[in-house]
Design a protein around this ligand. Structure first.
Ligand SMILES: Cc1ncc(COP(=O)(O)O)c(C=O)c1O
Length: 410
């Protein structure tokens, strides 16, 4: 009988291509430093610093009182799917039926279910970089092949129609689009989406996963446009992914949803039915209340995030060695920090990468940011603006003071 002695023996081969989450590692380190008494400002996490609306909390308490505490059906209760359908029609002018909606434990699980239920080994998924760091790893767990397309700052971090055309092969199964983007705040406008749709029309085997989770955080008077608004003919191969985490400050409730073709949604429900069964019944009731309740605070919150963005972008651009594009949405900035590479810190450390820069900022200046390496495009920093203005000002001040002490050794 063979005995299993090491964890590495237990790990499935398909995990070999999966990286542990750099963001969660940094968050843990920042929290530990804080717990040890250091004045850390954490700009690493992508979590709104607002509270879940009171009427949503009340709906959850009511659901518990009503004993909505048993198993629900796999794709989600009829009530939450009805609320999603009404939201999609009201806010996005998109029409779906109940069997075209699947509710899961966060948008992340929706994406996981979609990849696990549609990818066969070697199938390709086009992911424009910088990307939300979970996309390639979810694809890898599903034994697909992430095809990462570099979209640098000079092109606004957006994939061009030419790049898309070049990346498509007979093995391409999905293109993942995320607008507004985590980590860059880049937004695809109607013209750009139409040009991408023209390419996609020539390749009917390619499906599109449209991650719209930051749709309500648009700046400078812009309106959110979904690919399906400009190309409704692509509806039979598009999966819309969304959730309540960001719009309603409900990250811990774990509710996301997918809206797409019935056969894809049915396949996703097979994965869900044999893994977590369904999203938490109480959270489903809360999400139904969120999606069908008042949303007037969206405008005010977007305005607050826009003010913070303006302050952070101006402060960062005043620093030698940092070059920050102005994001058009979401709550992140993604400055180029190539001007800091090769510099020597006051303690004699030479900064050789964005990972180095983030470690130095956290260890010595107590500001937590995430290196571009986590998002597939370096050297950059991702700084979350989901923090109060005082913290953002202090953090930018610390980064400026730290950079002022750097010595050029090249
Ligand atoms: C682009 C993007 N998609 C999906 C998610 C996952 O959100 P959820 O909390 O609903 O799983 C995130 C979370 O950071 C995100 O930034």
């Amino acid at each position: 009988m063979s005995s299993i002695t090491a964890n590495s023996t237990m790990r499935a081969d398909r995990l070999k291509a999966v990286r542990p989450s750099m963001i969660l590692g940094l968050v843990q380190k920042a929290r530990q430093l804080k717990a040890d008494g250091h004045p850390v400002i954490d700009l690493g996490i992508g979590e709104p610093d607002f509270e879940t609306p009171q009427h949503v909390k009340d709906a959850a308490i009511k659901a518990i009182g009503n004993n909505e505490t048993r198993y629900t059906i796999v794709p989600g209760t009829p009530a939450v799917r009805r609320a999603i359908i009404e939201k999609l029609e009201r806010e996005n002018r998109l029409i779906y039926r109940q069997d075209e909606i699947s509710v899961s434990g966060g948008a992340k699980q929706v994406i996981y279910n979609a990849m696990a239920s549609t990818l066969s080994p070697g199938d390709e998924v086009i992911i424009p970089a910088p990307y939300w760091s979970s996309y390639p790893d979810i694809v890898a767990i599903a034994e697909g092949r992430p095809v990462v397309v570099d979209c640098p700052q000079s092109q606004g971090f957006l994939i061009s129609p030419e790049q898309l055309e070049k990346a498509i092969t007979p093995l391409t199964k999905w293109l993942i689009l995320n607008s507004p983007s985590n980590p860059t705040g880049g937004v695809y406008g109607s013209d750009h989406l139409e040009a991408l749709a023209d390419v996609l029309r020539c390749h009917p085997h390619v499906h599109i996963l449209s991650d719209d989770i930051y749709e309500h955080l648009m700046f400078d008077g812009r309106c959110f446009t979904s690919l399906l608004n400009v190309a409704p003919d692509l509806k039979d191969r598009t999966l819309i992914v969304n959730g309540v985490s960001k719009a309603f400050a409900m990250t811990g409730w774990r509710i996301g949803y997918g809206a797409g073709p019935e056969d894809i949604v049915a396949a996703m429900n097979v994965v869900q039915g044999q893994s977590c069964t369904h999203a938490c019944s109480i959270s489903q009731a809360a999400a139904a209340a969120a999606l069908s309740g008042p949303v007037d605070f969206f405008v005010e919150r977007a305005a607050r995030f826009q003010d913070r963005r303006d302050g952070v972008v101006a402060a960062l651009n005043a620093i030698d060695g940092i070059d920050c594009l102005t994001p058009e949405g979401a709550f992140y900035v993604y400055p180029d920090c190539s001007g800091l590479i090769g510099m020597r810190t006051a303690a004699g450390r030479v900064l050789t990468s964005d990972t180095d820069i983030c470690a130095w900022l956290l260890d010595e200046h107590h500001v937590s940011a995430v290196p571009g390496a986590a998002f597939g495009l370096s050297p950059h920093l991702r700084i979350s603006t989901a923090a109060c203005t005082d913290d953002l000002e202090t953090a930018c001040g610390r980064i400026a003071a730290a950079c002022a002490e750097l010595e050029n050794v090249q």
